[in-house]
Design a protein. Sequence first.
Length: 98
Amino acid sequence: MHIKFSSHRFEEASLSLSEASRLFGVAIGRKYIQRLAVLRAMDKFSELYGHRALRLHPLKGSRTRQHAMTITGNYRLVLEKIDEETVRIIDVEDYHGN
């Protein structure tokens, strides 16, 4: 699957564990890199639903075109499905706002 990024900082963090750890912290940076590896390994977006550990789910309201998957604890990787072979990374966020 092809991955696009909503910001340069997310793209830079995707290139190395050290950069991801600097941006997000070690635990979240490691999972960020792992989640991107899973996305790259898939051919189609629909295949992600077969991986229950990702806990991929569509968002609602003003974010209807976006999906989220678990990174760690309260942290989610928010992405947008552009087409069946392409996603855009929107954000890494603590959905409780802590």
